[in-house]
Design a protein around this ligand. Sequence first.
Ligand code: S3P
Length: 177
Amino acid sequence: MQGIGLHIVLVGFMGSGKSTVGKLLAEALDMEFIDMDLYIEKQQKCSIKEIFTNKGETYFRKVESVALLEVLSNSKRNVISTGGGAPCYLDNMNLIKLNSLSVYLKVGRIRLIERLKNDTERPLLQNKTSKELLSFVKTTLGDREKYYSQADIRIRAIGSPEKIIKRLTNYILKANL
Ligand code: S3P
């Protein structure tokens, strides 16, 4: 399938499958894939976890926003998977909407908790009891939903990545971009 004329930006909560789906979608559309977290780690020469520990979340959000602007300014069209918080800070969601076809990979909170409960890498999830994780996901997803749901396409991202890609490419073809 031929790539479309716009970037495709995937948004959604941590654990919603943005990186896995993004990589496969880029292959299916014959486009380049950019994972924003990896992009930032390469640029900053340290892990996201280290950035949070050494410089704090506010610094990370600034770096994330600048990196997003850089990637969206690229004249080559890419499939971009964003970090779960990216659309919810600064003017990022407007920037995404102006410069891409955006896709919200929607996963319910019970499934998200199941996927995230043993995570050892994501800074926002560390040192939490099961009860705290439950409350964090409930509150944070509740706060973020208003940003995620502004995406041009919203799909329930459950089932195999292949099935999700099939549904997604159908939507993209219908969007006729
Ligand atoms: C974050 C999500 C992470 C990463 C950082 C903060 C968030 O990305 O950007 O740990 O605020 O939800 P993933 O959604 O790829 O895990």
